[in-house]
Design a protein around this ligand. Structure first.
Ligand SMILES: [Zn+2]
Length: 141
């Protein structure tokens, strides 16, 4: 049985929670040029502004930039699945799994809108901890 979402440990540092427990992805935005990055930094790699980066909540929307259909993986990982690269609306790029589609190129379209959703990563570590992960799923146009 999956642990309640509020008890799950985030699988990556940039997956955060609001005070009420709702998960969100955190980006970092340069106040000088507006570029959004995933992961903390003190210098903007686009305009080189220093100490003008602030944390922002990323929107749960993006577009599919690239994908691979994975047919071989580690023992215990169900295949095939779709590994995707998504451009987040407003900036930033994420890698993750595209769910809710048949792993078939006929059903996946480059540039298709996706929604970022959250849930149990589906696996546990050696101590039995469950993890909170983010996933992509097709969104309405
Ligand atoms: Zn900048």
């Amino acid at each position: 049985m999956a642990a309640p979402a509020a008890e799950l440990k985030p699988v990556v540092k940039f997956l955060k929670r609001h005070a009420d427990g709702r998960p969100y992805l955190e980006g970092h935005k340069c106040e000088a040029c507006g570029t959004v990055f995933i992961g903390e930094r003190s210098v903007c790699s686009k305009c080189f502004a220093r100490d003008r980066i602030r944390a922002v909540e990323l929107p749960n929307r993006g577009t599919l930039y690239a994908y691979s259909i994975i047919h071989r993986s580690y023992p215990g990982v169900e295949v095939p699945f779709v590994s995707a690269v998504v451009d987040v609306e407003g900036g930033g790029t994420l890698k993750g799994n595209l769910m809710g589609v048949k792993p078939d190129p006929k059903t996946i379209e480059m540039g298709m809108p996706v929604e970022i959703v959250y849930g149990d990563a589906g696996r546990t570590d050696a101590e039995g901890h469950h993890y909170l992960a983010y996933f992509f799923k097709p969104a309405a146009r």
